[in-house]
Design a binder for this molecule. Structure first.
Ligand code: GLN
Length: 514
């Protein structure tokens, strides 16, 4: 790959050394070469990308290049591009196509970005390993026995394998940052409200954020310049000015105060990752930053709080997939047949219970027959049973439970209170320091299949990332080398900053990567 980053491609385009069409062709060749094995893409839009590239080339010839002309972008398959499938990695949306463009897509298209395809992800963005996709797992391009992380695993793998310049992902509890760390790319989760969510299929609306995955910090800044800003189609997007995120990139870290939250370096963190993060911190100190330890005392409740808030919101957001208005619809005749069979069974049992004079059982069976589902209800149930995978069902059940009468106060409301405490921890810390450094993940990438049967173990992977979503803060992960125990597999360092201070994170990230 001659121009793996957009920064390089843009210089080559300006110098007349390449064309948008040549860039797209080389990425398509790379996809042909590697994606059978990696499975990063659910859709590749060969003709659309090539045609758009040719159009951009002709515009450039007329002296009218757009700012992102030649940026070849992959888009997570839960972000809408008009006319493209948007599967969310689910059988539920296997045959669904977007009716409109997400706001980020609108803006990127206007700026000249070329969409090369949609990327595989955990089903409805629920997962940390990309093993819950209906379209099969994604594999880590550095070693295909290993997971790429999730849920934006296809986006991370596509960027890391050189199948596009950059990709969009979504991050509800770490789904941009964790796969970016596992694949060795840069990954940015912007402040909640910084980037419009319009056209992002909702998982947990108070936590969801769209962010870029790129090979370097400059490309992340370039993308954020375009996608950030208020949007009338998303009432939670913030009326906060958008700076030029590329201007301060080279400003270094002299005089910057960096905090290391002790809770993020406690037991459970892999020793080599701890050492590698500390080495980077030492280098920042050499470059003039001051470093101090800080405490975020409510960190230990982060994962529990996240898995209550996220599942509660998911159970509500996913109610719309009923097979009637949206999504996979079970076969009506089969549904009716199953209902009939069930009724016949109950009636047979009832007859037997009557002959046996078992009054209790008779009453029970009569009640069951009375409660029998309507055909419509049965169709909803069957459609959802067929359309959703196990992890999504698990989340819907957890969320419904947390929101149900009698448990709401103990679970959902309590989680909201703890969420506030977690936010206050950060506000307090940012009175003393400008940014925080943590590992992105507690462990290096794990093998496919290793954690898939143990949801709790899987959820603990998110321990360092979920807090930024709960507090609405920006988070950036940058690659800092490969892990000695899993040769060739990347390790990430996470930067967290105050609301709307992405520019600072990008600047520190650039200092780490230069
Ligand atoms: N891994 C986390 C989860 O499974 C985060 C997902 C995300 O950010 N979309 O919920």
């Amino acid at each position: 790959m001659e121009y793996p980053t957009f920064a390089e491609a843009r210089r080559a385009l300006d110098a007349g050394e390449t064309s948008c069409e040549a860039l797209v062709s080389s990425f398509l060749a790379r996809i042909d070469e590697r994606d059978d094995e990696i499975n990063a893409f659910t859709t590749v839009d060969r003709d659309g990308a090539l045609n758009h590239a040719r159009y951009l080339d002709s515009q450039r010839e007329r002296g009218n290049p757009r700012p992102l002309a030649g940026l070849v972008l992959a888009v997570k398959d839960n972000i809408c591009i008009r006319g493209y499938p948007v599967t969310c990695g689910s059988r539920m949306l296997e045959d669904f196509s977007s009716l409109y463009d997400a706001t980020v897509i609108d803006r990127l298209r206007d700026a000249g970005a070329i969409f090369i395809g949609k990327t595989n992800c955990d089903e409805f963005a629920m997962g940390s390993s990309n093993e819950t996709s209906y379209f099969g797992p994604v594999r880590n391009p550095h070693d295909t026995e290993y997971v790429p992380g999730g849920s934006s695993g296809g986006s991370a793998a596509a960027v890391a394998a050189g199948m596009c310049h950059a990709a969009l992902g979504s991050d509800t509890g770490g789904s941009v940052r964790q796969p970016a760390a596992f694949c060795g790319t840069v990954g940015l989760k912007p402040t909640y409200g910084r980037v419009s969510r319009s056209g992002l299929v909702a998982f947990a609306s108070s936590l969801d954020a769209i962010g870029p995955l790129t090979r370097n910090v400059e490309d992340a800044a370039t993308l954020l310049n375009i996608i950030a800003g208020q949007d009338e189609r998303d009432a939670t997007s913030a009326p906060v000015d958008v700076p030029d995120y590329t201007t301060a990139l080279g400003d270094g870290v002299d005089g910057l105060r960096i905090g290391l939250p002790s809770e993020y370096f406690a037991d459970g963190l892999d020793d080599d990752i701890r050492r590698m993060v500390h080495e980077q911190v030492d280098q920042l100190e050499d470059k003039g930053a001051t470093v101090e330890e800080v405490s975020l005392p409510h960190t230990e409740y982060g994962v529990a709080t996240y898995y209550l808030v996220a599942t509660a919101e998911a159970s509500s957001n996913l109610a719309r997939y009923d097979g009637i208005r949206y999504g996979h619809r079970a076969d009506l005749q089969e549904t009716k047949q199953a209902l009939r069979e069930r009724r016949d069974e109950l009636e047979d049992e009832l007859a037997t219970a009557r002959t046996q004079g078992d009054e209790e059982r008779v009453a029970e069976l009569e009640a069951q027959l009375d409660d029998e589902q309507s055909t419509l209800d049965a169709l909803y149930t069957r459609s959802r049973t067929e359309g959703f995978g196990d992890e999504v069902k698990r989340r819907i059940m957890l969320g419904t439970y947390a929101l149900s009468a009698g448990y709401y106060d103990d679970y959902y409301e309590k989680a909201q209170r703890v969420r506030t405490l977690i936010r206050h921890d950060f506000e307090q810390a940012f009175e003393d320091v400008d940014a925080l450094i943590t590992p992105t993940t507690p462990t290096p990438p794990f093998r496919l299949g290793e954690k898939v049967d143990d949801p709790l173990e899987m959820y603990l992977n998110d321990i360092y990332t979920v807090t930024a979503n709960l507090a609405g803060l920006p988070g950036l992960t940058v690659p800092i080398g490969t892990h000695p125990d899993t040769p060739g597999l990347p390790v990430g360092l996470q930067l967290l900053g105050p609301h709307f201070d992405e520019a600072l994170l990008l600047r520190v990230g650039e200092a780490i990567m230069e």
